[in-house]
Design a protein around this ligand. Structure first.
Ligand SMILES: Cc1cc2nc3c(=O)[nH]c(=O)nc-3n(C[C@H](O)[C@H](O)[C@H](O)COP(=O)(O)O)c2cc1C
Ligand SMILES: [Fe+2]
Ligand SMILES: [Fe+2]
Length: 408
């Protein structure tokens, strides 16, 4: 039994599908409440516009909705806001059924279109900010909103209905067939979680998108996942505004020192580095033991840090797992401009520091070209002084001291 397409504005229908059982999304996200792949259909007296499609394995439900609303000859346009397979999966079959429909995508999506659909000779046209589509009584403005969540991502705005098709922006992995935010259960955790995992690495692009959205009077937000936001959509825009703008006291720089230690050698080094960095005006330093800090807190701390240092002993020729866990958290963060370094105590071979440094460099963090700070076993007074000096120097660099940084 297929549910009927749901009307969300005049002649605009939800033709998406529900995936209540999915528990992990894109490898990195847990989806305790399942998800939905939202797609929409706009009817006009000059033809039909399909707005996005769904994951391939759910395409039967999607086509069932389309069948209930129009014939394939009526479909004039297919807007693909985001070409990731959870939204483009049904596109090859849709093109097959509606060969005359023109696919509208961003220029960045053209390189991906063929690779994702494996379909030759697609009838497509590219769109970007300020371009408009007028069909019947609907006027749609396109907005380029790259990296939210892939480089090719778009949003669009239907003037007559004050409706924003936001792509993955304002989405949540939260299945609830009641669909509208004023009807579904409390999905606030899913909304926040989605932002943290999908949007946060691209805060700068979130701010740019919000600027574009500001041009329009938004009465309804239709994202690609989770509830449609029709009650107080401004609330969700405000949340994104707040999350994407760092609130920090101006002029002060935050340095976070994470360390791991078995015999307190690396910890002693961390302590001296902290004393050194604290002696530099305008630097606030905090120290964290990696053995007992939880991942969400790591992410928060890394996010608010202008710079961070990782201290690790060498264990079996490497840095132990908590260090790599910290490094893997950087995947969820905007890294541009952050300074980073590494230090540690070792017994004989001391590989950990170099391993960390090379990882930091490959993540494109700013790694100042300071002498790697490695100390054999228990640091003596002279070595602790070297740690102090390292702290001073790193803090000065964080404060803007000019140096050549190797970004290779
Ligand atoms: C199980 C184990 C394996 C180790 N493997 C190495 C190693 O491969 N290379 C090395 O340089 N030191 C190795 N060490 C020595 C530690 O790096 C050294 O004791 C260091 O001072 C510990 O610093 P911490 O007190 O901060 O933990 C190892 C120590 C332990 C306990
Ligand atoms: Fe996506
Ligand atoms: Fe998506």
């Amino acid at each position: 039994m297929h549910p009927l397409p749901i009307l969300l504005a005049k002649d605009i229908y939800f033709i998406g599908v529900f995936d209540p059982d999915i528990r992990t999304f894109d490898i990195v996200m847990k989806t305790a409440n399942g998800s939905s792949y939202n797609a929409y259909l706009i009817k006009t007296d000059e033809g039909v516009i399909i707005v996005d499609t769904v994951k391939k394995e759910f395409q039967d439900d999607f086509f069932h909705h389309v069948d209930a609303l129009c014939s394939y000859e009526e479909i004039k346009y297919v807007i693909i806001h985001h070409i990731e397979p959870d939204h483009s999966g049904a596109l090859p079959e849709l093109i097959r059924r509606a060969p005359h429909a023109k696919v509208l995508i961003s220029p960045q999506a053209t390189m991906m279109l063929k690779a994702l659909t494996n379909t030759e000779e697609i009838n497509f046209e590219t769109i970007w900010t300020n371009k408009q589509l007028k069909l019947g009584d609907k006027t749609i403005s396109f907005l380029t909103t790259p990296y939210l969540h892939w480089p090719e991502t778009m949003s669009s705005y239907v003037h007559e209905d004050k409706l924003l098709f936001s792509g993955d922006v304002f989405g949540s992995h939260y299945y609830d067939k009641r669909l509208f935010n004023d009807k579904v259960g409390d999905f606030s955790y899913a909304f926040t979680y989605y932002y943290d995992h999908i949007m946060r690495p691209f805060q700068n692009y979130v701010r740019q998108a919000l600027k574009l959205y500001e041009r329009f009077d938004i009465g309804l937000i239709a994202p690609l996942h989770g509830p449609i936001l029709r009650e107080n959509p401004q609330y969700y825009i405000q949340l994104y505004t707040q999350w994407s703008h760092k609130q920090k006291q101006s002029g002060q720089k935050i340095l976070s020192i994470f360390y791991l230690t078995s015999y307190k050698n690396t910890q002693e080094m961390a302590q001296s580095i902290m004393e050194g960095s604290e002696s530099v005006e305008g630097i606030i330093t905090n120290m964290y033991d990696l053995a007992s800090i939880e991942e969400p807190n790591m992410i928060k701390i890394l996010e608010e840090s202008d710079g961070f240092l990782i201290g690790s002993p060498t264990i079996n020729a490497d840095a132990p797992k908590p260090v790599w866990d910290l490094l893997s958290c950087l995947m969820f963060l905007e890294k541009t401009g952050k300074c980073a370094g590494a230090f540690g105590s070792y017994g004989w071979s001391g590989e950990a520091v170099e391993h960390i440094l090379s990882r930091l460099k490959s993540l494109k963090l700013k790694v100042p070209p300071l002498e790697p700070l490695k100390i054999k076993l228990i640091p003596n007074t002279i070595e602790l002084q070297a740690c102090y000096n390292y702290g001073v120097e790193f803090a000065q660099i964080l404060n803007g001291k000019m140096i050549e940084i190797d970004m290779a």
